[in-house]
Structure formats: structure tokens, C-alpha cells
Design a protein around this ligand. Sequence first.
Ligand code: BYC
Length: 312
Amino acid sequence: MENKQFEDVFEAKLAKNEMIEPKDWMPDNYRKHLIRQISQHAHSEIVGMLPEGNWITRAPSLRAKVVLLAKVQDEGGHGLYLYTAAETLGTGRDELLEALHTGKAKYSSIFNYPTLTWADIGAVGWLVDGAAIMNQVMLQRTSYGPYARAMVRICKEESFHQRQGYEIMCHLSFGTAEQKAMAQDALNRWWFPTMMMFGPPDSESPNSENALKWRIKRESNDQLRQRFVNQTVQQVEYLGLTVPDPKLKWNEEKKGYDFSEPNWVEFKNVISGNGPCNKERLAARNQAHKNGEWVRAAAQAFAKKRAQKIAA
Ligand code: BYC
């Protein structure tokens, strides 16, 4: 077939809402776009284990510890599904990790903020996982099959994570005055960074046009951010806390809240590697990779021996 014919088949599949699979023909830019997004998503899951992982030893009860441990393990699993999905596009795991470890690849801005108190673990589960689900539900119907299928399982687990965080926020908000103040302080610090997770405003989002055209994303950054605010304000009210935004106001006409823009200068600074914890996060990932060197070597030696045995 001519290139044009391949392109027509690809476009027809998208128009019929059919999935594109690894062996199907796809435009180079579609492949590149997916590798960029899926690998950044995978890196986010793995780096996202760090701010929560440092609270496992300090969780306030055995139950809280077990639940947090399970959540952090889930994030590791999400990273693995996503790296595998990216590999089906013809890229190697080593190459992807190299890009993370050298600071070439991006990962979610949110994981460059510190978790200072136990209330932050509540806020991360509730707000960060809540924002992640808001974005990821649409990705279950993304046009690339392996990514869509990975997202189905990820979304199920993220829902549990959101409940885990909200439960912590409920305990603190309905606890002593000191606990409630901790919950409010965490909300104050995490609200705007969470809003940044959805990406820059649509008018400044260079990748959105192709993402929407190719059905990689089904909704825009601003649409998802608006939905997140509309849904989360009710949860804040239930907790008896206050959204740290004096401009937050219900707008009857648009049936949604008006709200302040996050600080986009801060966002650009964070995604350029200059956020509060960027250096610490990259150093931790590099160290973990180095510590795992003997495991990778042992697994490769085992696989080699097994192959030799089968061949013999
Ligand atoms: N952080 O054109 P745009 C999770 C970059 S949840 C860092 O709008 P796009 C988890 C963007 O990459 C978090 N970088 O891009 C939750 C682009 O730069 P490049 C992960 C960001 O791709 C709980 C540039 O800014 N979720 O993992 O259309 C616990 C222009 O942006 C961010 C996903 O990855 C950001 N917040 O939209 C543990 C979901 N925002 O690449 C783990 C899948 C933008 O051109 N990803 N940038 O150099 C997406 O839906 C989209 O990639 C984004 C960005 C909405 C993130």
C-alpha cells in the first residue's frame, strides 16, 4: 500500500473509535507523541512513590501503614504497566530510564513538592490521586490499545487511593482543632500545585491539538481542571475546610466555579527542574537504579542460563 493508503486506514480507525494496535501502521508523530506521554506518565508513577514512601515508617497506626504501603506498591505497578505499553511502540526501557535519570524527560510537576506532615499524605491521596483519576478516566478510551488497557486497571486502583487520602482528611478534619489546622495547612499547600497537574492553559498547550485530533486525549487541560474544581469544592465543604482561593465563586451561567489561575511562572520553573524537590527526586531515582544493578545482572544471567539449557 502507498503511504496515503496507510494513512487513510489509520484515520478511518480513529473515526470509527477503533483502537490502534502496536503492529498497525501509524504516523511517526503519533508514535512519538505517545512515547513522550506514556513514558512521562510512567516516570510520574515511579517518582510519585517517593513523597509518600517517606511516610511509611511514620504512619500513625499499623492500619495506616499497611494501606499506605499497598498504595505505594500500586504506583510502582502502574509505572511497570506504562513502561511496557511504551515499549510496544518500539522504544527500550533502558532508553526511557536514561532520559529520566539524566533529567531529559519530564514527570508530573506535583511530585517536586515536599510532604511535610501526615496531613500531606491525606492531601496527596485525595487531591493528587483525585486529579489523576479525573485525567485518566478519559485515557481508558485513548486511541492506542496498550495504553487504554493499562489505564483500566490503573483507574480502579487510583479510586482506592483517592478514598485512602480522603479518609485521612476526614479523620483530621473531624478531629481536634490542631488536627483540623493540619488538614487546612495541607490543603493550602497542595491546592494550586494540584491544579497545575492538568497542564498549561489550552491556549498555551502545544501538544493538545494533536492529542485531541488523534483521540489520545479526549478532553482539554482546561476542561479537566474545571471539572476537578467543581467536584472537589463540595468535598472541601463537607470537611469544613476552606479552599485557599479568595476568587473561588459559583458561576450559575457556566454551571461551574470561577477560580484563580495557578502561578504559571512557578509551574514552568518546576517543570524545568527547579522546583523545591527536583534534585532530591532525581538523586533518589538514580540511587535506586544503581542499588538495583545486581538484581538486573542476576536476572539476565538466569535468563541466559535458562536459554542455554533449552537450546541444549
Ligand atoms: N508536569 O502541551 P501540554 C500520577 C509539560 S498522576 C510536568 O499541555 P500534554 C500519579 C508537557 O509534558 C500524573 N510537565 O502537554 C498520581 C509538555 O512538555 P513536553 C501523571 C507537564 O502532554 C498519584 C509541556 O508541559 N499523569 O502519575 O498535552 C500517585 C506542555 O504541555 C505538566 C499523566 O501523565 C505537568 N503537570 O498535557 C502517583 C497523565 N503539564 O513533553 C502517580 C497522562 C504539562 O512537550 N498525561 N507538562 O516537553 C497527560 O494527560 C498529559 O501529558 C498532561 C500534559 C496533561 C500531563
